[in-house]
Design a protein around this ligand. Structure first.
Ligand code: PEP
Ligand code: MG
Length: 925
């Protein structure tokens, strides 16, 4: 553990990120690179954790170190905190190791009091500016340190503007701000029971402590939960000389990305505000101007900014998100970090960086964020339906979303919990809205830019979002909004057209056409009205639009090919129909790891026959029904074999308990009561009797899987026969068939021994020795019950492969009913940290994983050529895939649309296990 708790920027570097937080480490790195950064120092994350460990006590030792650093900063700047002539003002900012945008607190202008504000006014000759800074400090201090609500201050400001006949903050005079400062101070004293501190050292100490505490505020904890960030890291605190963007029209502040975060296109992309302070841009209070306009207003500053952007991008080997401030035409960079980007942009940037020789292919694959890939595979609006947008805003986060309008986060959360999809509409979002953002299908705001809170958070979550949609008048209290006719104007419209190019020609044209059709009328949207958002083009559409499935981009295909060169695990699909198989293959499946044959019986015309088979009371009746089912199965198998020509297809024999194919007993009884038709009544009575006979207390532990096949050998025989006939028919047509038959839910080796013999007997009956030699059908089992895992060595004697059915294996290892646990208690368990995550989503490597590892090893010890893989839901989960790679399984099998993610994750597992130099973090190059 480091002894020192405080580091000056010039004493650190990027490699100290764990200690200095992302912001502190980057400021250190920027300082080292010669970037114009206002001087300052960072209090370490360890100091923050010490504070919590000591029961939220701020140690005197730490305070002494901070004061010592402050003296050095005063020496460096030639200013003194609290000085009555030339006061030093500082920002006190949070900075976690992992980026948590807007989740923790920041205080600006610290060091102002009734005396220093006068000094600042005299020094700058601008009383208006000085008192504006002071009122901002009192508000931030009141909110962050003293826990007061923002409305307390906002209300006073609104009243002041009203009284002075102003609509904009900039119109207020110095005297008006002075008046507001007095009101703020009174309000703080009344609400907090203590005055705003005039002692600047007290301000500093309390501010640092409050930033420490903000690590554990509600929104930060929720954000960490979602993003799986450890609670044990703490936040660093950066104390830095203020640079002012609000001293006049030769000042400004902005946020710039070194490449377009929506499309990945090279070139500066961002926003700025003239005469404003940093928080104004990110908070979305005023809608900013596109960065290109800075070139006209402050050409030299723009050129310098562009140069530093390019140097920083070069140094970090990645697209950067940079905050800057201009004080009287002098540029300061306040922060740089890897820029958040959407999936499309991430891929384009990674591929471009490889082409530019900045990073390797492996690094490009490593950087792919799987939730982003999901976004790429997201739907958009089906343009053939002729979308007529109500309004247009900034395309802040791509993908299409359909939901009912709601105007506050709590309603969003409660409606979504009731199963009603919602679109959360706000003037702008704040971090306190996070639960609503989480619950909503999409986000729509009337204010704020591409770097506003709503945009950043939605992009991070891969959720469609439209920001800065100025045509909306949102009335949160009345739960409605009016939409001025036509498309939003100004920055929002110009940016959305500008970025529409990356979202496809059709979409861009849609936005343009709608822009021309604005009629100047208003539309009213009330809570509960349906809306469709197109986060890729920024269009807001009334009603529910038809959606289209996504298309893989060139960049995605390229990165997937690179991933394929790296990965060792094969990726199979869980697919039950020829169509699913074709989709899976087009997405890169190297085989089918699980074909659940029961799904083939659910089509209405087949279900009737299936029910006849189940209800059969004589052998003959059953044989007849099975004979009718056989060609249906055979036809499906042939279709799948054809789609997967040359690749393995693993067909699982019937698994679920038979009652699942019958209507519920109550429904049967209702139907019986409602009919007088004799034959119908007989049929229903028979089904009812059968249903009664099949009734089990614990069906998931009852007569299902291989137990069913043993009790009803004719069912498995029919299925094996259908496979063999399909193999023969396809072979005749020249299809390269690699059929595998999988026996589910085996718990004892003898079960598999028996069923294997029966399948082999069917194969011998239906296929010639030559055919069997040319197209051997492999026979294996699922390992789904703990006993199978424990006796894997015995089971392997009869198995050509093991496929771990991690859904059942998780259910049975934990003893959780998979149909009930998620709805009943699992979410609470995860919330209360009784479990690290939902074990039905992320493999429990400590328990279930150990069974898998042991079974795979014991199985291979008996049969070195035993093929092993998993086919539960975990086959598409990144962490679970990492585990499968680590224990040497041969494949993972997942649903078709997760295949691209699985391919990337399997490659990332190799890269994680075998780190390349400089690969772990975006270490500057
Ligand atoms: C499993 O149990 O993991 C599995 C794939 O089978 P099913 O989900 O069909 O029970
Ligand atoms: Mg199962």
């Amino acid at each position: 553990m480091a002894e020192r708790k405080v580091y000056f920027f010039e004493e650190g570097h990027f490699g100290m990120k764990n200690l200095l937080g992302g912001k502190g480490a980057n400021l250190a790195e920027m300082t080292a690179a010669g970037v114009p950064v206002p001087p300052g120092f960072t209090v370490t994350t360890e100091a923050c954790m010490d504070y919590f460990r000591d029961g939220e006590v701020f140690s005197e030792e730490l305070w002494a170190s901070i004061q010592e650093a402050l003296s050095r900063l005063e020496e460096k700047t030639g200013q003194r905190l609290g000085d009555r002539v030339d006061p030093l003002l500082v920002s006190v900012r949070s900075g976690a190791v992992a980026s948590m945008p807007g989740m923790m607190d920041t205080i600006l202008n610290l060091g102002l009091n009734d005396e220093t504000v006068e000094a600042l006014a005299a020094q700058t000759g601008d009383e208006r500016f000085a008192y504006d800074c002071y009122r901002r400090l009192i508000q931030m201090f009141g909110e962050v340190v003293l826990g007061l609500d923002s409305w307390r201050f906002e209300r006073l400001l609104e009243k002041l503007k009203h009284n002075h006949g102003c609509t904009e903050d900039q119109q207020l005079s110095g005297a008006a701000w002075q008046e507001l400062v007095q009101q703020y101070k009174n309000s703080v004293a009344a609400a907090a029971g203590r005055p705003f501190p005039q002692d600047v050292l007290e301000q500093l100490r309390l501010a640092v402590e409050a930033v420490f505490r903000s690590w554990n505020n509600q929104r930060a904890r929720i954000y960490r939960g979602i993003n799986r960030i450890s609670d044990l890291q703490g936040t660093a605190v950066t104390i830095q000389q203020m640079a002012f963007g609000n001293k006049g029209d030769d000042c400004g502040t902005g946020v710039v990305f070194t490449r377009n975060p929506s499309t990945g296109e090279p070139g500066l992309y961002g926003e700025f505000l003239v005469n404003a302070q940093g928080e104004d841009v990110v908070a979305g209070v005023r809608t900013p101007r596109p960065i290109a306009e800075l070139q006209n207003i402050m050409p030299e500053v723009y050129d310098e900014l562009e140069t530093w952007c390019s140097k920083l991008e070069m140094r970090y080997g990645d697209m950067q998100d940079i905050e800057f401030t201009v004080e009287h035409n002098k540029l300061f960079l306040l922060q740089t970090r890897g820029g958040k980007r959407n999936a499309q942009a991430a891929l384009r940037i990674a591929v471009d960086l490889v082409r530019e020789g900045r990073i390797s292919r492996e690094e490009a694959v490593r950087r792919v964020e799987l939730p982003h890939l999901e976004q790429l595979l997201h739907r958009g609006i089906d343009e053939s339906a002729g979308a007529q947008p109500l309004a247009s805003g900034l395309p802040a986060s791509p993908g299409a979303a359909i939901g009912m309008a709601v105007f506050d986060a709590d309603t969003a959360e409660s409606w979504s919990r009731e199963g009603r999809p919602v679109i959360l509409i706000r003037p702008e979002t704040t971090p306190d809205d996070i639960h609503g953002v989480l619950a909503a299908e999409g986000i729509l705001t009337s204010r704020g830019g591409m770097t506003s809170h709503a945009a950043v958070v939605a992009r991070g979550m891969g959720k469609p979002a439209i920001c800065g949609c100025e045509a909306l008048e949102v009335d949160v209290d009345a739960r409605c909004m009016s939409v001025r006719g036509g498309i939003g104007t100004g920055v929002a419209a110009s940016l959305s057209v500008g970025t529409g190019a990356g979202a496809g020609a059709g979409a861009g044209a849609g936005a343009g056409a709608a822009a021309a059709s604005g009629k100047g009328t208003s539309t009213f949207i009330r809570e509960g009205d349906w809306l469709t958002l197109d986060g890729s083009t920024g269009r807001v559409i009334l009603g529910q639009m038809p959606l289209r499935e996504p298309v893989a981009s060139e960049e995605l295909l390229k990165v997937l090919r690179w991933a394929d060169e790296i990965r060792r695990l094969a990726v199979y699909a869980n697919a039950d129909t020829p169509e699913d198989a074709r989709t899976a293959r087009s997405l890169g499946a190297q085989g089918i790891g699980l074909c659940r044959t029961e799904h083939m019986f659910f089509a209405p015309e087949r279900l009737v026959v299936m029910q006849q088979m189940i209800a059969a009371e004589t052998e003959l009746e059953r044989e007849n029904a099975l004979a009718e089912l056989l060609p249906m199965q055979q036809q499906d198998f042939e279709g799948i074999f054809e789609a997967m020509d040359g690749l393995p297809v693993t067909i699982r024999l019937l698994d679920p308990p038979l009652h699942e194919f019958l209507p519920g007993r109550e429904e049967l009884q209702r139907k019986l009561d409602a009919t007088t038709e004799k034959a119908e009544r007989l049929h229903l009575q028979r089904l009812l009797r059968r249903s009664e006979a099949l009734r089990e207390t614990n069906p998931m532990l009852g007569q299902r899987g291989c137990r069913l096949g043993i009790m009803h050998p004719e069912i498995y025989r029919m299925q094996a026969e259908a496979v063999c006939r399909a193999v023969a028919a396809c072979a005749e047509r020249g299809v390269d068939v690699r059929a595998e038959i999988m026996i589910p839910l085996v718990g004892a080796a003898a079960e598999l021994g028996l069923l294997r013999a029966e399948v082999e007997e069917t194969a011998r009956r239906l296929l010639s020795a030559e055919q069997r030699e040319a197209r051997p059908i492999r026979i294996g089992t699922m390992i789904e019950v703990p006993r199978a895992a424990l006796t894997a060595g015995q089971i392997a004697v009869h198995a050509d492969f093991f496929s771990f059915g991690t859904n059942d294996l998780t259910q049975m290892t934990y003893g959780y009913s998979r149909d009930d646990a998620e709805g009943k208690f699992l979410a609470r368990y995860v919330e209360r940290k009784l479990l690290p995550s939902n074990p039905f989503q992320v493999l429990d490597t400590d328990g279930v994983g150990q069974l898998i590892q042991m079974a795979a090893e014991n199985g291979r010890a008996v049969r070195p050529d035993l093929k092993t893989g998993i086919c539960g839901e975990h086959g598409g989960d990144r962490e679970s895939i990492f585990f499968c790679h680590a224990i040497g399984l041969d494949y993972v099998s997942c649903s078709p649309y997760r295949i691209p993610m699985a391919r990337i994750a399997a490659a990332q597992a190799v890269l994680e296990a075998d780190p390349l130099p400089g690969r772990k973090e975006a270490v500057p190059v």
